[in-house]
Design a protein around this ligand. Sequence first.
Ligand code: ATP
Length: 262
Amino acid sequence: MTILKVTNLMKKFGGLVAVNGVDFSFPKGRISAVIGPNGAGKTTFFNMITGIYVPDGGSIELDGESIVKVKPHKITEKGIARTFQNIRLFGSMTVLENVMVGMHIHLKSGIPATLLSLPKVRQEEKLAQEEAFRLLEYVGLAHWMNEEAASLPYGAQRRLEIARALAAKPKVLLLDEPAAGMNPRETAELTGLIRHMQQELKLSVILIEHDMKLVMELSDHILVLDHGEKIAEGGPDDIRSNPKVIEAYLGKSAVEEEVAKQ
Ligand SMILES: Nc1ncnc2c1ncn2[C@@H]1O[C@H](COP(=O)(O)OP(=O)(O)OP(=O)(O)O)[C@@H](O)[C@H]1O
């Protein structure tokens, strides 16, 4: 079953076509990856799915419903949450508060009730804190709940971003280079966390990632972009041996060497 489907998706920046007529169906409850060399259009692709950019052509459907021209916060409410390539935490807020920020779309009390600090607001706030704590436990950061977010090691900040995205209770979680800057131990922990989120929380996960070991280990389905175009799609084994993919990453001579070896 498909959770997210893009058809003939297109985005231009002036004369540059960043994403050019891409078709792809992301399977529900699975881990998919979008890969490709630098500048291939991967982040632009995510930015269209999350409503940051309006496509210049094509369609995006979440569970069969068009989300083109829907505002980013509405897309989050509909069930798509994301993390960013450059970490975007509130550095001077605590770790717990950062997760609570991600929860606000589900809080019911309006601003007047909040300003008056009515009992129902205090109750809601308490429940939000408990839920945020559970999410921190889930990503292994509960012991740091009262620290300033900016004081956390880099790998932990990335996991905090994931906890904040989970606070929005998404169906689809988009991770933009989650392993960037991580050491091998942190990457191994992240791999386990992504697998758990898919299996236990029944999430559909879509990741952009340059760490091919992580991509090949986790992904059921891979979309490969180059210069904005889809050059391949398939499972890890298909992608690894696809000459177009090898060429895009390594250049033509490397492919000829590979072929000569076979
Ligand atoms: N806001 C923008 N204005 C103009 N050009 C842009 C903009 N955003 C992206 N581009 C260009 O679009 C192309 C695709 O960029 P994009 O960031 O989507 O690639 P990417 O695959 O995510 O790259 P990387 O792996 O380096 O993050 C690049 O040539 C980039 O310079």
